[in-house]
Design a protein around this ligand. Sequence first.
Ligand code: F6P
Length: 324
Amino acid sequence: IKKIGVLTSGGDSPGMNAAIRAVVRACSYYNVECVGIYRGYQGMIEGDFKAMGPRDVKNIINKGGTILKSARSKDFMTKEGREKSFHNLKNSGVDALVLIGGDGTFTGAEIFNAEFNFPVIGIPGTIDNDIFGTTNTLGYDTALNTVVDAIDKIRDTANSHNRLFFVEVMGRDAGHIALNAGIGAGAEEILIPEEAFGLDRLVESLNRSKESGKTSSIVVVSEGDKIGKNVFELKDYVEENMPEYDVRVSVLGHMQRGGSPSCFDRVLASRLGVKAVESLLEGKSNFMVGLIEDKIALTPLEQAIKGSSKMDMELVKVSDIVSS
Ligand code: F6P
């Protein structure tokens, strides 16, 4: 392998820049050329490439977002789009790819590898932490800290006004952000898609909180929660059934994806980036690099995409106990 292409795709996450930096510098260390591909798979289709050396990635380890930009490319889902990509890579002499993203990114990589036998290695980058084969995805730790910080601030005003807040957090179909940030921020209740909580239990739990002397409450709601009502409908429901509550809603939204990566995410990104390049140079392909028991290990992309959830349901019990 003489030239490695690197791209970021799907929702951006803090730590992607640190991973790009690690890939570019590992390439330089091992005397391999490196090419940055802009806007994910869309840039691959359009041939939006730029040669990158160690100085092109200076001062980015601390930056959120991705200097390579990101996109969710519909064209790459077509055979025609993937053929164009293959020709662009061949014409530029790129003979292997490092793809930083989530399961959508990995699905694209797997198909591309199967069709063109093109060497690919994935780095898990998403705040959702919903990828099998790694205890942490890049950006998850930073997002947790961002959410905890935001809820701490919401708690100040909730306390001052004796209010109940529903705080909606991201995570797509996974409740990792909600459960962990909820415990970290001392939430009274946490609604996650992995657990069927139900409206009755919510009302019971709020009643218990009130009876135990609490004057304000924070309920963290994962955006993928299956309770059957969104946060605004939950507010209406509680106001109708428990008129004594003064309820407000806060949807944290995309601020959860931004900001300077935590030290944990920077170190993880550096380790994953180096291992991705080393794996390609060792002739490995169609794997994701991830963190397992504090070691960087490889998982077949197919398993990383389809593997079952790693939600630790013990945490639900912990949350119940510590919020009482
Ligand atoms: O996958 C990351 C994520 O931020 C999810 O948590 C969220 O559901 C989704 O992306 C939002 O996507 P978009 O930025 O396209 O609105």
